[in-house]
Ligand binder design. Structure first.
Ligand SMILES: C=CC1=C(C)c2cc3[nH]c(cc4nc(cc5[nH]c(cc1n2)c(C)c5CCC(=O)O)C(CCC(=O)O)=C4C)c(C)c3C=C
Ligand code: FES
Ligand SMILES: [Fe+2]
Length: 421
Protein backbone atom coordinates (compact mmCIF):
# COMPACT_ATOMS: atom_id res chain seq x y z
CA UNK A 1 0.00 0.00 0.00
CA UNK A 2 1.21 3.44 -0.78
CA UNK A 3 0.29 7.09 -0.54
CA UNK A 4 -0.98 8.37 -3.89
CA UNK A 5 0.76 11.12 -5.73
CA UNK A 6 -1.92 13.67 -6.59
CA UNK A 7 0.27 15.00 -9.39
CA UNK A 8 0.49 11.68 -11.25
CA UNK A 9 -3.16 10.98 -10.63
CA UNK A 10 -4.13 14.17 -12.39
CA UNK A 11 -1.83 13.37 -15.26
CA UNK A 12 -3.14 9.85 -15.53
CA UNK A 13 -6.74 10.93 -15.52
CA UNK A 14 -6.07 13.55 -18.14
CA UNK A 15 -4.44 10.93 -20.36
CA UNK A 16 -7.11 8.24 -20.08
CA UNK A 17 -9.10 7.34 -23.20
CA UNK A 18 -6.95 9.39 -25.46
CA UNK A 19 -5.78 7.79 -28.64
CA UNK A 20 -3.67 10.74 -29.65
CA UNK A 21 -0.35 11.43 -27.99
CA UNK A 22 -1.15 12.87 -24.63
CA UNK A 23 0.59 16.08 -23.68
CA UNK A 24 -1.56 16.68 -20.64
CA UNK A 25 0.48 17.79 -17.67
CA UNK A 26 -0.10 17.44 -13.96
CA UNK A 27 -2.06 20.43 -12.77
CA UNK A 28 -1.58 21.11 -9.11
CA UNK A 29 0.80 19.97 -6.43
CA UNK A 30 -0.73 19.53 -3.01
CA UNK A 31 2.60 20.69 -1.60
CA UNK A 32 3.19 23.91 -3.46
CA UNK A 33 -0.02 24.60 -5.34
CA UNK A 34 2.29 25.54 -8.19
CA UNK A 35 1.72 24.47 -11.78
CA UNK A 36 3.72 21.34 -12.39
CA UNK A 37 4.96 20.82 -15.90
CA UNK A 38 8.13 18.87 -16.54
CA UNK A 39 10.66 21.38 -17.82
CA UNK A 40 13.81 20.93 -19.87
CA UNK A 41 14.68 19.37 -23.16
CA UNK A 42 11.79 17.07 -23.54
CA UNK A 43 11.99 14.09 -25.83
CA UNK A 44 9.35 14.33 -28.55
CA UNK A 45 7.94 10.86 -27.80
CA UNK A 46 7.62 11.32 -24.05
CA UNK A 47 4.60 12.53 -22.19
CA UNK A 48 5.53 12.99 -18.56
CA UNK A 49 9.32 12.81 -18.74
CA UNK A 50 12.05 13.54 -18.17
CA UNK A 51 12.19 11.69 -14.88
CA UNK A 52 15.19 11.82 -12.56
CA UNK A 53 15.89 8.45 -10.94
CA UNK A 54 17.99 9.07 -7.83
CA UNK A 55 19.65 6.07 -6.17
CA UNK A 56 20.22 6.77 -2.47
CA UNK A 57 22.72 4.81 -0.44
CA UNK A 58 25.43 5.29 2.17
CA UNK A 59 28.37 5.23 -0.26
CA UNK A 60 31.90 4.29 0.57
CA UNK A 61 35.41 5.64 0.09
CA UNK A 62 36.63 5.02 -3.48
CA UNK A 63 40.26 5.28 -2.30
CA UNK A 64 41.94 4.85 1.09
CA UNK A 65 42.59 8.62 1.14
CA UNK A 66 38.83 9.18 1.30
CA UNK A 67 38.34 6.98 4.40
CA UNK A 68 38.87 9.86 6.86
CA UNK A 69 36.19 12.06 5.25
CA UNK A 70 33.83 9.09 4.89
CA UNK A 71 34.09 8.23 8.59
CA UNK A 72 33.88 11.84 9.73
CA UNK A 73 30.59 12.29 7.81
CA UNK A 74 29.34 8.96 9.16
CA UNK A 75 30.09 9.82 12.82
CA UNK A 76 28.57 13.30 12.31
CA UNK A 77 25.23 11.73 11.36
CA UNK A 78 22.91 11.93 14.35
CA UNK A 79 20.38 9.67 12.60
CA UNK A 80 22.97 6.86 12.48
CA UNK A 81 25.11 7.53 15.53
CA UNK A 82 23.25 9.83 17.92
CA UNK A 83 25.78 11.52 20.19
CA UNK A 84 23.50 14.42 21.14
CA UNK A 85 25.26 17.62 22.12
CA UNK A 86 28.62 15.79 21.97
CA UNK A 87 28.18 14.97 18.25
CA UNK A 88 30.39 17.79 16.99
CA UNK A 89 33.10 16.98 19.51
CA UNK A 90 33.02 13.18 19.76
CA UNK A 91 32.21 12.46 16.09
CA UNK A 92 35.51 13.83 14.70
CA UNK A 93 37.46 12.25 17.56
CA UNK A 94 36.09 8.75 17.04
CA UNK A 95 36.36 8.92 13.26
CA UNK A 96 39.97 10.09 13.43
CA UNK A 97 40.91 7.29 15.81
CA UNK A 98 39.13 4.70 13.65
CA UNK A 99 40.55 5.82 10.29
CA UNK A 100 43.84 3.81 10.20
CA UNK A 101 42.09 0.54 11.05
CA UNK A 102 39.40 1.02 8.40
CA UNK A 103 41.97 2.21 5.84
CA UNK A 104 43.73 -1.16 6.24
CA UNK A 105 40.45 -2.94 5.58
CA UNK A 106 39.82 -0.96 2.38
CA UNK A 107 43.46 -1.60 1.30
CA UNK A 108 42.82 -5.31 1.78
CA UNK A 109 39.85 -5.24 -0.61
CA UNK A 110 41.72 -3.47 -3.41
CA UNK A 111 42.01 0.09 -2.11
CA UNK A 112 38.41 1.27 -1.94
CA UNK A 113 34.72 0.51 -1.90
CA UNK A 114 33.17 -0.62 -5.21
CA UNK A 115 29.78 0.85 -4.22
CA UNK A 116 30.04 3.90 -6.51
CA UNK A 117 30.91 1.82 -9.54
CA UNK A 118 28.03 -0.60 -8.91
CA UNK A 119 25.48 2.09 -8.03
CA UNK A 120 26.21 4.09 -11.19
CA UNK A 121 26.08 0.94 -13.30
CA UNK A 122 22.83 -0.33 -11.74
CA UNK A 123 21.14 3.05 -12.04
CA UNK A 124 22.09 3.77 -15.64
CA UNK A 125 21.22 0.22 -16.78
CA UNK A 126 17.87 0.48 -14.99
CA UNK A 127 17.15 3.80 -16.73
CA UNK A 128 17.85 2.26 -20.15
CA UNK A 129 15.28 -0.48 -19.42
CA UNK A 130 12.80 2.09 -18.09
CA UNK A 131 13.04 4.11 -21.30
CA UNK A 132 11.69 1.02 -23.10
CA UNK A 133 9.08 -0.19 -20.63
CA UNK A 134 7.85 3.24 -19.48
CA UNK A 135 8.10 5.52 -22.56
CA UNK A 136 5.52 7.91 -21.12
CA UNK A 137 7.92 8.93 -18.30
CA UNK A 138 11.06 8.83 -20.50
CA UNK A 139 13.77 9.91 -20.69
CA UNK A 140 14.87 8.52 -17.32
CA UNK A 141 18.04 10.18 -16.09
CA UNK A 142 20.31 8.37 -13.64
CA UNK A 143 21.65 10.06 -10.48
CA UNK A 144 23.39 8.74 -7.36
CA UNK A 145 23.19 10.45 -3.96
CA UNK A 146 25.41 9.04 -1.22
CA UNK A 147 25.12 9.92 2.43
CA UNK A 148 28.82 9.77 3.40
CA UNK A 149 30.89 9.82 0.19
CA UNK A 150 30.89 11.44 -3.24
CA UNK A 151 28.55 12.05 -4.96
CA UNK A 152 26.84 13.60 -1.92
CA UNK A 153 23.21 14.72 -1.89
CA UNK A 154 24.20 18.32 -2.62
CA UNK A 155 26.32 17.17 -5.62
CA UNK A 156 23.34 15.25 -6.97
CA UNK A 157 21.10 18.31 -6.50
CA UNK A 158 23.55 20.47 -8.42
CA UNK A 159 23.51 17.95 -11.28
CA UNK A 160 19.71 17.99 -11.25
CA UNK A 161 19.75 21.79 -11.60
CA UNK A 162 22.45 21.64 -14.31
CA UNK A 163 20.26 19.21 -16.23
CA UNK A 164 17.30 21.57 -16.07
CA UNK A 165 15.28 20.14 -13.19
CA UNK A 166 13.96 22.75 -10.79
CA UNK A 167 13.64 25.27 -13.65
CA UNK A 168 10.41 26.30 -15.28
CA UNK A 169 7.86 24.14 -13.60
CA UNK A 170 10.07 21.83 -11.64
CA UNK A 171 10.09 18.34 -13.08
CA UNK A 172 9.80 14.97 -11.47
CA UNK A 173 12.34 13.02 -9.41
CA UNK A 174 12.13 9.64 -7.71
CA UNK A 175 14.24 9.07 -4.59
CA UNK A 176 14.90 5.33 -4.85
CA UNK A 177 16.52 3.85 -1.74
CA UNK A 178 19.03 1.13 -2.45
CA UNK A 179 18.53 -0.35 1.00
CA UNK A 180 15.79 -2.93 0.29
CA UNK A 181 14.79 -2.96 3.97
CA UNK A 182 13.92 0.32 5.69
CA UNK A 183 15.80 1.54 8.75
CA UNK A 184 15.62 5.04 10.18
CA UNK A 185 19.41 4.91 10.44
CA UNK A 186 19.88 4.21 6.72
CA UNK A 187 17.04 5.17 4.35
CA UNK A 188 15.60 7.47 7.04
CA UNK A 189 18.93 9.29 7.28
CA UNK A 190 19.20 9.65 3.48
CA UNK A 191 15.66 11.06 3.28
CA UNK A 192 16.35 13.51 6.10
CA UNK A 193 19.45 14.64 4.22
CA UNK A 194 17.55 14.99 0.95
CA UNK A 195 14.85 16.99 2.72
CA UNK A 196 17.51 19.25 4.32
CA UNK A 197 19.13 20.06 0.96
CA UNK A 198 15.77 20.45 -0.69
CA UNK A 199 14.87 23.11 1.89
CA UNK A 200 18.22 24.86 1.45
CA UNK A 201 18.56 24.76 -2.31
CA UNK A 202 15.08 24.78 -3.78
CA UNK A 203 13.52 27.27 -1.40
CA UNK A 204 16.48 29.59 -1.93
CA UNK A 205 16.19 29.29 -5.71
CA UNK A 206 12.46 29.85 -5.72
CA UNK A 207 12.83 32.97 -3.59
CA UNK A 208 10.27 34.46 -1.23
CA UNK A 209 8.13 35.98 -3.99
CA UNK A 210 7.95 32.92 -6.16
CA UNK A 211 7.17 30.59 -3.23
CA UNK A 212 7.79 27.01 -4.36
CA UNK A 213 7.04 27.38 -8.04
CA UNK A 214 9.71 25.45 -9.85
CA UNK A 215 10.12 22.98 -7.01
CA UNK A 216 10.98 19.47 -8.08
CA UNK A 217 8.17 16.99 -7.46
CA UNK A 218 9.70 14.22 -5.35
CA UNK A 219 8.28 10.76 -4.77
CA UNK A 220 10.00 8.01 -2.81
CA UNK A 221 10.55 4.28 -3.18
CA UNK A 222 11.29 3.75 0.49
CA UNK A 223 11.42 -0.06 0.85
CA UNK A 224 11.12 -3.19 -1.26
CA UNK A 225 12.07 -6.14 0.98
CA UNK A 226 10.07 -8.78 -0.86
CA UNK A 227 10.12 -7.50 -4.41
CA UNK A 228 10.06 -10.55 -6.75
CA UNK A 229 13.09 -9.31 -8.74
CA UNK A 230 15.14 -8.97 -5.56
CA UNK A 231 14.02 -12.36 -4.27
CA UNK A 232 14.71 -14.07 -7.61
CA UNK A 233 18.19 -12.54 -7.91
CA UNK A 234 19.14 -13.63 -4.38
CA UNK A 235 17.70 -17.11 -4.98
CA UNK A 236 19.66 -17.56 -8.23
CA UNK A 237 22.93 -16.55 -6.54
CA UNK A 238 22.23 -18.98 -3.68
CA UNK A 239 21.41 -21.82 -6.07
CA UNK A 240 24.61 -21.15 -8.02
CA UNK A 241 26.70 -21.38 -4.84
CA UNK A 242 24.84 -24.46 -3.54
CA UNK A 243 25.69 -26.16 -6.84
CA UNK A 244 29.37 -25.95 -5.89
CA UNK A 245 28.79 -28.41 -3.00
CA UNK A 246 28.80 -32.17 -3.78
CA UNK A 247 25.21 -33.42 -4.35
CA UNK A 248 25.21 -35.62 -1.23
CA UNK A 249 26.03 -32.61 1.00
CA UNK A 250 24.02 -29.95 -0.86
CA UNK A 251 20.68 -30.09 0.99
CA UNK A 252 22.42 -30.16 4.36
CA UNK A 253 24.27 -26.88 3.83
CA UNK A 254 23.04 -24.37 6.43
CA UNK A 255 22.20 -21.05 4.79
CA UNK A 256 23.21 -18.13 7.01
CA UNK A 257 21.54 -14.92 5.85
CA UNK A 258 23.72 -12.15 7.20
CA UNK A 259 22.58 -8.53 7.61
CA UNK A 260 24.27 -5.49 9.15
CA UNK A 261 23.17 -5.41 12.78
CA UNK A 262 21.41 -2.57 14.63
CA UNK A 263 22.01 -1.28 18.16
CA UNK A 264 19.34 -2.63 20.52
CA UNK A 265 18.16 0.86 21.42
CA UNK A 266 17.29 1.39 17.73
CA UNK A 267 15.50 -1.99 17.63
CA UNK A 268 13.58 -1.15 20.81
CA UNK A 269 12.60 2.25 19.41
CA UNK A 270 10.58 0.22 16.92
CA UNK A 271 12.78 0.43 13.83
CA UNK A 272 11.20 -1.58 10.96
CA UNK A 273 14.49 -3.02 9.67
CA UNK A 274 14.72 -6.35 11.57
CA UNK A 275 11.19 -7.35 10.53
CA UNK A 276 11.78 -6.30 6.91
CA UNK A 277 15.07 -8.22 6.71
CA UNK A 278 13.25 -11.27 8.08
CA UNK A 279 10.59 -10.78 5.39
CA UNK A 280 13.26 -10.89 2.67
CA UNK A 281 14.77 -14.05 4.17
CA UNK A 282 11.38 -15.76 4.32
CA UNK A 283 10.55 -14.83 0.73
CA UNK A 284 13.89 -16.13 -0.55
CA UNK A 285 13.52 -19.35 1.45
CA UNK A 286 10.03 -19.78 0.03
CA UNK A 287 11.34 -19.32 -3.52
CA UNK A 288 14.05 -21.93 -2.76
CA UNK A 289 11.39 -24.37 -1.52
CA UNK A 290 12.85 -24.47 2.03
CA UNK A 291 15.29 -27.12 0.82
CA UNK A 292 17.97 -26.09 3.32
CA UNK A 293 17.95 -25.18 7.00
CA UNK A 294 18.63 -21.50 7.58
CA UNK A 295 19.15 -18.76 10.14
CA UNK A 296 19.17 -14.96 9.98
CA UNK A 297 22.29 -13.60 11.71
CA UNK A 298 23.72 -10.10 12.18
CA UNK A 299 27.16 -8.67 11.48
CA UNK A 300 29.34 -5.53 11.74
CA UNK A 301 28.59 -4.36 15.27
CA UNK A 302 30.56 -1.20 16.10
CA UNK A 303 31.38 0.08 19.61
CA UNK A 304 30.44 -1.07 23.09
CA UNK A 305 26.60 -0.85 22.93
CA UNK A 306 24.30 -3.92 22.86
CA UNK A 307 23.54 -4.93 19.26
CA UNK A 308 21.01 -7.29 17.74
CA UNK A 309 22.37 -10.89 17.50
CA UNK A 310 23.23 -13.66 16.98
CA UNK A 311 26.47 -12.38 15.52
CA UNK A 312 27.51 -13.86 12.18
CA UNK A 313 31.10 -14.59 13.28
CA UNK A 314 30.01 -16.30 16.55
CA UNK A 315 27.41 -18.34 14.69
CA UNK A 316 29.93 -19.64 12.16
CA UNK A 317 32.37 -20.49 14.93
CA UNK A 318 29.71 -22.29 17.02
CA UNK A 319 28.31 -24.28 14.10
CA UNK A 320 31.76 -25.33 12.85
CA UNK A 321 32.77 -26.38 16.36
CA UNK A 322 29.55 -28.45 16.54
CA UNK A 323 30.58 -30.24 13.35
CA UNK A 324 28.40 -28.30 10.86
CA UNK A 325 31.14 -27.49 8.35
CA UNK A 326 29.01 -26.56 5.33
CA UNK A 327 27.66 -23.03 5.71
CA UNK A 328 26.57 -20.66 2.96
CA UNK A 329 26.74 -16.97 3.92
CA UNK A 330 24.28 -14.70 2.10
CA UNK A 331 24.61 -10.89 2.50
CA UNK A 332 20.89 -10.04 2.46
CA UNK A 333 20.67 -6.33 3.31
CA UNK A 334 22.96 -4.75 0.73
CA UNK A 335 22.84 -4.85 -3.04
CA UNK A 336 26.53 -4.61 -3.89
CA UNK A 337 29.91 -5.53 -2.46
CA UNK A 338 31.46 -3.50 0.34
CA UNK A 339 33.86 -4.10 3.25
CA UNK A 340 31.25 -6.16 5.10
CA UNK A 341 31.28 -8.76 2.30
CA UNK A 342 34.77 -8.47 0.83
CA UNK A 343 36.62 -8.02 4.11
CA UNK A 344 34.50 -9.09 7.08
CA UNK A 345 32.90 -12.18 5.53
CA UNK A 346 35.53 -13.25 2.96
CA UNK A 347 38.71 -12.39 4.82
CA UNK A 348 37.71 -12.69 8.49
CA UNK A 349 34.75 -15.04 8.96
CA UNK A 350 35.63 -17.56 6.22
CA UNK A 351 39.31 -17.43 7.16
CA UNK A 352 38.48 -18.12 10.83
CA UNK A 353 36.34 -21.11 9.79
CA UNK A 354 39.29 -22.44 7.80
CA UNK A 355 41.49 -22.09 10.89
CA UNK A 356 38.92 -24.21 12.74
CA UNK A 357 39.23 -26.90 10.05
CA UNK A 358 36.24 -26.12 7.80
CA UNK A 359 36.60 -25.62 4.07
CA UNK A 360 32.85 -25.72 3.57
CA UNK A 361 32.05 -22.11 4.45
CA UNK A 362 31.30 -20.06 1.31
CA UNK A 363 29.54 -16.82 0.38
CA UNK A 364 26.87 -16.14 -2.25
CA UNK A 365 27.82 -13.43 -4.75
CA UNK A 366 26.49 -9.94 -4.08
CA UNK A 367 23.90 -8.66 -6.55
CA UNK A 368 26.27 -6.10 -8.18
CA UNK A 369 25.64 -6.21 -11.96
CA UNK A 370 23.22 -9.17 -11.87
CA UNK A 371 20.81 -8.63 -14.84
CA UNK A 372 17.87 -10.27 -13.02
CA UNK A 373 18.34 -7.78 -10.22
CA UNK A 374 18.61 -4.77 -12.55
CA UNK A 375 15.49 -5.87 -14.44
CA UNK A 376 13.79 -6.14 -11.02
CA UNK A 377 14.82 -2.56 -10.19
CA UNK A 378 13.27 -1.39 -13.46
CA UNK A 379 10.04 -3.33 -12.83
CA UNK A 380 9.81 -1.86 -9.36
CA UNK A 381 10.43 1.68 -10.59
CA UNK A 382 7.89 1.28 -13.39
CA UNK A 383 5.25 0.07 -10.92
CA UNK A 384 5.99 3.12 -8.76
CA UNK A 385 5.72 5.53 -11.71
CA UNK A 386 2.50 3.90 -12.92
CA UNK A 387 0.93 3.83 -9.48
CA UNK A 388 1.53 7.50 -8.91
CA UNK A 389 2.42 7.03 -5.26
CA UNK A 390 4.44 9.56 -3.28
CA UNK A 391 5.73 6.89 -0.89
CA UNK A 392 4.62 3.72 0.91
CA UNK A 393 2.00 3.88 3.68
CA UNK A 394 4.71 2.81 6.11
CA UNK A 395 6.76 5.97 5.60
CA UNK A 396 4.18 8.14 7.34
CA UNK A 397 4.26 6.03 10.50
CA UNK A 398 7.04 7.10 12.84
CA UNK A 399 8.76 4.65 15.18
CA UNK A 400 6.84 4.35 18.46
CA UNK A 401 9.92 5.66 20.30
CA UNK A 402 10.86 8.41 17.82
CA UNK A 403 11.65 11.79 19.35
CA UNK A 404 13.37 13.30 16.32
CA UNK A 405 12.12 16.61 14.94
CA UNK A 406 14.12 15.90 11.78
CA UNK A 407 12.18 12.68 11.16
CA UNK A 408 8.90 14.47 11.73
CA UNK A 409 9.63 17.35 9.35
CA UNK A 410 11.11 15.20 6.61
CA UNK A 411 8.25 12.71 6.78
CA UNK A 412 5.77 15.59 6.63
CA UNK A 413 7.37 16.60 3.36
CA UNK A 414 7.76 13.19 1.73
CA UNK A 415 4.49 11.65 2.95
CA UNK A 416 2.73 14.94 2.21
CA UNK A 417 1.09 15.01 5.66
CA UNK A 418 -1.34 12.35 4.52
CA UNK A 419 -0.88 9.61 7.09
CA UNK A 420 1.65 11.08 9.45
CA UNK A 421 1.50 9.63 12.95
C1 LIG B 1 21.58 -2.13 5.71
C2 LIG B 1 22.80 -1.87 5.96
C3 LIG B 1 23.31 -1.11 7.10
C4 LIG B 1 22.74 -0.76 8.33
C5 LIG B 1 21.35 -1.07 8.86
C6 LIG B 1 23.74 -0.04 9.05
C7 LIG B 1 23.57 0.48 10.32
C8 LIG B 1 24.58 1.03 11.07
N1 LIG B 1 25.91 1.19 10.73
C9 LIG B 1 26.61 1.78 11.75
C10 LIG B 1 27.96 2.12 11.76
C11 LIG B 1 28.88 1.93 10.71
N2 LIG B 1 28.61 1.35 9.49
C12 LIG B 1 29.77 1.37 8.73
C13 LIG B 1 29.94 0.88 7.44
C14 LIG B 1 28.94 0.30 6.70
N3 LIG B 1 27.61 0.13 7.07
C15 LIG B 1 26.91 -0.49 6.07
C16 LIG B 1 25.56 -0.82 6.04
C17 LIG B 1 24.64 -0.61 7.09
N4 LIG B 1 24.85 0.05 8.26
C18 LIG B 1 27.86 -0.71 5.01
C19 LIG B 1 27.50 -1.34 3.70
C20 LIG B 1 29.09 -0.22 5.38
C21 LIG B 1 30.39 -0.25 4.57
C22 LIG B 1 30.43 0.69 3.43
C23 LIG B 1 31.33 0.22 2.30
O1 LIG B 1 32.27 -0.52 2.48
O2 LIG B 1 31.10 0.62 1.16
C24 LIG B 1 30.79 2.01 9.45
C25 LIG B 1 32.18 2.33 8.90
C26 LIG B 1 33.11 1.20 8.96
C27 LIG B 1 33.59 1.02 10.36
O3 LIG B 1 34.06 1.98 10.97
O4 LIG B 1 33.46 -0.10 10.86
C28 LIG B 1 30.25 2.36 10.70
C29 LIG B 1 30.96 3.07 11.82
C30 LIG B 1 25.66 2.02 12.78
C31 LIG B 1 26.00 2.67 14.10
C32 LIG B 1 24.41 1.56 12.36
C33 LIG B 1 23.09 1.58 13.03
C34 LIG B 1 22.63 2.51 13.79
S1 FES C 1 13.52 7.20 14.47
FE1 FES C 1 12.13 6.04 13.29
S2 FES C 1 10.74 7.57 12.61
FE2 FES C 1 12.16 8.76 13.74
FE1 LIG D 1 26.86 0.42 9.04
Amino acid sequence: MSVRNPVSQLTKRACTNSSIRCNARPLLSSRSMATVVPPVTQDSTSRRGPTAMVFMNMGGPSTTDEVGDFLSRLFADGDLIPLGRFQNYLGPLISKRRTPKIQKQYSAIGGGSPIRKWSEHQCSEMCKILDHISPETAPHKPYVAFRYAAPLTEDMYQRLFDDGFGKGRGGRAVAFTQYPQYSCSTTGSSLNELWKWRQRLETKRAGPDVDEAGAIQWSVIDRWPTHPGLVEAFAQNIEAKLASYPPERRDKVVILYSAHSLPMDVVNRGDPYPAEVAATVHAVQQRLGFKNPHRLVWQSQVGPKAWLGAQTSDTVENFVKRGQHDLLLVPIAFTSDHIETLYELDQEVIHEAQQLGSNGVTRADSLNGNPTFIQGLADLAKAHLDEGAVCSKQLGLRCPGCTSERCLESKKFFAQDQTLI
